[in-house]
Design a protein around this ligand. Sequence first.
Ligand SMILES: NC(=O)c1ccc[n+]([C@@H]2O[C@H](COP(=O)([O-])OP(=O)(O)OC[C@H]3O[C@@H](n4cnc5c(N)ncnc54)[C@H](OP(=O)(O)O)[C@@H]3O)[C@@H](O)[C@H]2O)c1
Length: 304
Amino acid sequence: MGTILDGVAIATAIKQEVAEDVKALAARGVRPGLAAVLVGNVPASEIYVRSKVNTCAELGLYSDLITPPADVTTEAMLELVAQLNGRDDIDGILIQLPLPKQVDTKALLNAVDPDKDVDGFHPVNAGRLQAGWPALAPCTPAGVMEILKRSGIPVSGQHAVVVGRSDIVGKPAAMLLLHKNATVTICHSKTRDLEAITSDADILVAAIGRAGFITPAMVKPGATLIDVGINRITTREEFDRFFKGDLRREETFAKRGSTIVGDIDPHAFEVAGAYTPVPGGVGPLTIAMLMANTVRAAKMRRGL
Ligand SMILES: NC(=O)c1ccc[n+]([C@@H]2O[C@H](COP(=O)([O-])OP(=O)(O)OC[C@H]3O[C@@H](n4cnc5c(N)ncnc54)[C@H](OP(=O)(O)O)[C@@H]3O)[C@@H](O)[C@H]2O)c1
């Protein structure tokens, strides 16, 4: 079994550093603030946003939870974003996705002031990231880099293979790895002979959205496996495929009728040099990096 890369411990360390930063800023009369916009009543979104707002309170950041109704229009949302762009007490604007169908998500994300875009989704930030300029990077890939750095995993000169090319995970992860001098290959659903590529990876990042998609045969022994995927499985067949004999999982599965698996088949962790578990790997970093980005935005906006 490879070494576990403990995302909870790394996220805790980052949050402590953020809290210290917030204290230092308070001494200068600055309190970083996050506006969290939660539209309608999507249960998963409510849970995510609540934990983001709670983490702000825990670390001493100001937060404002704004909850437009599910039938809100694009125009009303654009007006809200314009107000938040203009507010001096708000350094970061988070619009929880997905939005209802009638709202033009792209138009909205493009309307966020890039300097307050703590999710790093604005094309200006994507451009800054590509150009290697100071940028607010998307939280999940930024978290992946923190895991590698803080675990002492070498990146320079390594072959990093990223499976997935979404704007929020795959592409920015590839760009961040490239900036740290990895030799990067990006794979996607049209990639030919995926296994030949993944099994040459020193660092394999899976951001696919398919339960246990990366099998042991697709992994080079000793590789570092970073599993971004979060997939809920509910059938006994799937459970047995990934977790047969795992008594702790069995307990959760019996209690909740489901469990979470990443995009990497957990059996592949047996051949890895190091790996992020699911849950408890990349997931906890996302909120920690959102907090770090908000403090960074507060500093950048004030030239601190
Ligand atoms: N830990 C966290 O905090 C966090 C944050 C965000 C996302 N996630 C999780 O990460 C996963 C990926 O998220 P996402 O938003 O990046 O997903 P996404 O937008 O659906 O992108 C999935 C990517 O996987 C590729 N893909 C799909 N099937 C494939 C196949 N058979 N072979 C090779 N590539 C394939 C797709 O290729 P094409 O482009 O060709 O379609 C696409 O680029 C999901 O499980 C999500 O829940 C976790």
